[in-house]
Design a binder for this molecule. Structure first.
Ligand SMILES: *Cc1c(COP(=O)(O)O)cnc(C)c1O
Length: 377
């Protein structure tokens, strides 16, 4: 058996090495490293994949969130609602733009923003909601869009962990994660479901004017060189990354499938194990399993389980061990509220290795080690 990893980027690369290498070589041969035709080609192909929405590439998923907030014309002091159980980037860009992050707890089984708690947090200063499709499954977008339209708010979907997931509306209409709100953002960080070999990101934008504005902001606020109509930043997807992504995009569906198959196997191996709650599927969304995250019961001491698994060569991760309102750097935004679900999850979640190259053998080995640990106690 190979060494077990949280994500096997090398194994995935080996299978498409010739195609990837040729694509990289082609960029080098043309020396169009920044904003070359390859970047447009990839953006067009991703747009087609997502059903025709504008795709605006940028340097990383954090920038995508920042540029999205900038493009919507929010003013310092405006409030932006987000789940408190998420990666720091979601809150970071809000704070950086001198907007006010307003935290909302998450659903105890789906890990995404608890839609029943959003309305309570809306004030006259609220301008936007940023749902996060955490671990690969969509937040309840239909309800979020209804709230947003009632209160006249923008919606930015943080799709960094869920590219390729599909949401189904109550009328049966389906839409890809990131294409429902005013802007969707994603990350092409190497370990994401569609990852490049460095940093990369993109925005998915419905409206032509907002798309144009995102494009300008990502490129120093210009649409004509050296004419800066608005204040922007320097956030570009480089052509080598675009070339790699354009190859990998063709495999995205099969990558999603491979992760889903791995999840089915874990479910089967772990569903009856005492003290382990397997991930629950939200019936309005497909799950693309950026993470396979279980909740541990009180009888299992997480750090001891992790240490036991490490001894057996099995890495695990905690996403996220410290909720945002408890982060040192974010104390200014801690209003003394408690977020009971998020606080519980921060102590009990555990993400197991999941990736496109994981084998049934490896999963049986992982599950058996977990079961052994539970029996040993
Ligand atoms: C990875 C991630 C980001 C940030 O993406 P980068 O490309 O690393 O900047 C933002 N939000 C979530 C939920 C993420 O998982």
């Amino acid at each position: 058996m190979n060494k077990i990893q949280m994500v096997d980027l090398k194994g995935q690369y080996e299978k498409i090495k010739n195609e990837i290498n040729a694509a990289i070589q082609d960029v080098i041969d043309h020396t169009a490293f920044i904003n070359g035709p390859k970047v447009n080609e990839f953006s067009d192909n991703l747009s087609k994949y997502l059903g025709g929405i504008h795709v605006v590439p940028c340097a990383n998923g954090t920038d995508a969130l920042q540029i999205a907030l900038m493009a919507l014309g929010l003013e310092p002091g405006d409030e932006v609602i987000l789940p408190v159980h998420t990666y720091v980037a979601t809150a970071e860009v809000i704070a950086l733009l001198r907007l006010e992050p307003v935290f909302v707890d998450v659903h105890p089984e789906y890990f995404t923003i608890d839609v029943n708690q959003i309305v309570n947090k809306i004030s006259p200063k609220t301008k936007a909601i940023v749902p996060v499709h955490l671990y690969g499954q969509c937040a309840d977008m239909e309800q979020i869009m209804d709230i947003a339209s009632k209160y006249n708010l923008f919606v930015i979907e943080d799709t960094a962990q869920a590219i390729g997931a599909e949401y189904t509306f109550s009328n049966g209409k389906k839409a890809f994660a990131g294409t429902i709100g005013h802007i969707g953002t994603t990350s092409f960080f190497p370990s994401k479901n569609l990852g490049c070999f460095g940093d990369g990101g993109a925005m998915f934008v419905q409206d032509d004017e907002i798309a144009k504005k995102c494009m300008m902001i990502a490129n120093h606020g210009q649409s004509v060189k050296y004419h800066h109509d608005i204040i922007g930043c320097n956030s570009r997807l480089d052509a080598i990354q675009a070339a790699i992504l354009d190859v990998k995009l063709k495999y995205l569906d099969s990558y999603c499938k491979a992760r889903q198959n791995a999840a089915i196997i874990y479910d089967e191996l772990l569903k009856n194990v005492p003290g382990i709650s397997i991930p629950k599927i939200f019936n309005k969304s497909t799950h693309v399993y950026h993470q396979y995250t279980v909740i541990l019961g009180e009888s299992i001491e997480r750090s001891k389980l992790q240490a036991y698994l490490i001894e057996k060569g099995i890495p695990t991760m905690i996403y996220y061990p410290v909720p945002l309102h408890k982060q040192k750097g974010y104390q200014y935004y801690n209003k003394g509220e408690s977020f009971t679900v998020t606080e519980m999850l921060s102590k009990t979640v555990l993400s197991l290795p999941i990736h496109t190259e994981l084998t049934r053998n490896e999963q049986e080995y992982i599950a058996n080690a977990i079961i052994e640990f539970i029996k040993l106690k």
